[in-house]
Design a protein around this ligand. Structure first.
Ligand code: CP
Length: 326
């Protein structure tokens, strides 16, 4: 068990070592058990987390806010448009000042080419740890909940298990690429063979691909990239299929939508699941475009673990907050 997380930022998935993530998971399961048993666990009594949102949220806001309350502290919801950020408060001011008011600063900022830099600049100026509630590059707390859920369903030793991280069609908006990027970085460290599938116009960032390949080499796991969702899902243990925008190909929303609309057949239905192992689990961070991105029969079906996955956001984040903010 690693006990060196107090005061640490968690912005990139790789900010914590594999052993430190193991510790986060151990603490998360302990806190999950305590909540199930109704045992109080006020580890962060009198501590306050600032939650600064530049983008909407259902799960992230709810789970961080509930988590802080369950840990005996408080979370302050701060919608960026209600602050003086647009009138001149820079990252330096936010880090210096909020780092003095609060015991942790959590930020969601997914604007392409802006969000991750914002988090890092705030972190440089802050004496309190900065936690990434999703930027345009990483969604590390989602990935912790995903890992926790996979281990609950498939066992803690995931060596030899195949996860398919696939693009899927959606019509609602051009979604960030942070979820698939976090998955391909983190899962090899826990022994999973990763197959990444996407149409050619929907690549992930080259530097993240390089890091993911490096993780796969280091941990002796498979790492394959395919442009065929159907073939990718053969014999899968985990199908994690979600939409993301062609953000490295175009920043123009209309051109992005035109590219996206070419691939309406990248759809998760029961026929796709039938290509995988009988006990395959279907995962999605939500929100999903129901019956566009994934069939209701799959989303609500016996292989879907999306609600356990959403619940684990709470436990995983409580563990990170308890370890970094205590
Ligand atoms: N999965 C996730 O981050 O959900 P929200 O966007 O609702 O927070």
């Amino acid at each position: 068990m690693q006990t060196s997380l107090r005061g640490r930022d968690f912005i990139s998935d790789l900010d914590f070592s594999k052993e430190e993530i193991d510790t986060v998971l151990d603490v998360a399961w302990d806190l999950k058990m305590k909540r199930a048993l109704g045992i109080p666990h006020p580890i962060l009594r009198d501590k306050v987390l600032a939650m600064i949102f530049f983008f909407s949220s259902t799960r992230t806001r709810g789970s961080f806010e509930a988590g802080m309350a369950q840990l005996g502290g408080h979370a302050a919801f701060i919608e960026s448009r209600t602050t003086q950020i647009s009138h001149g408060d820079t990252e330096r001011e936010m880090g210096e000042i909020y780092g003095r008011y609060f015991d942790g600063i959590a930020i969601r900022h997914v604007d392409f080419g802006i969000g991750n830099r914002y988090l890092n600049y705030v972190a440089e100026a802050s004496r309190a740890p900065v936690l990434n509630m999703q930027c345009e590059i990483y969604h590390p707390h989602q990935c912790l909940a995903d890992l926790m859920t996979i281990m609950e369903k498939k066992g803690r030793d995931l060596r030899g298990k195949k996860i398919v991280v696939s693009w899927a069609y959606a019509s609602s908006y051009l979604k960030p690429i942070s979820v698939p990027q976090s998955l391909i970085l983190q899962m090899p460290r826990f022994g999973m063979d990763v197959v990444l599938a996407h149409p050619p116009e929907f690549p992930l960032m080259p530097e993240i691909m390089d890091q993911a390949r490096e993780m796969a080499r280091k941990y002796h796991t498979g790492f394959e990239v395919m442009d065929d969702m159907q073939a990718a899902c053969e014999d899968a243990d985990v199908i994690y299929a979600k939409s993301w925008g062609p953000l490295l190909t175009t920043q123009d929303p209309e051109e992005g939508k035109r590219l996206q609309d070419q691939y309406k057949n990248w759809y998760v239905d029961e026929a796709l699941l039938a290509k995988a192992k009988d006990d395959v689990i279907y995962m999605h961070p939500l929100p999903a475009d129901r019956d566009i991105e994934v069939a209701s029969a799959v989303l609500d079906g016996p292989n879907s673990v999306v609600f356990d996955e959403a619940e684990n956001r709470l436990h995983a984040q409580k563990a990170v907050m308890a370890l970094t903010m205590s």
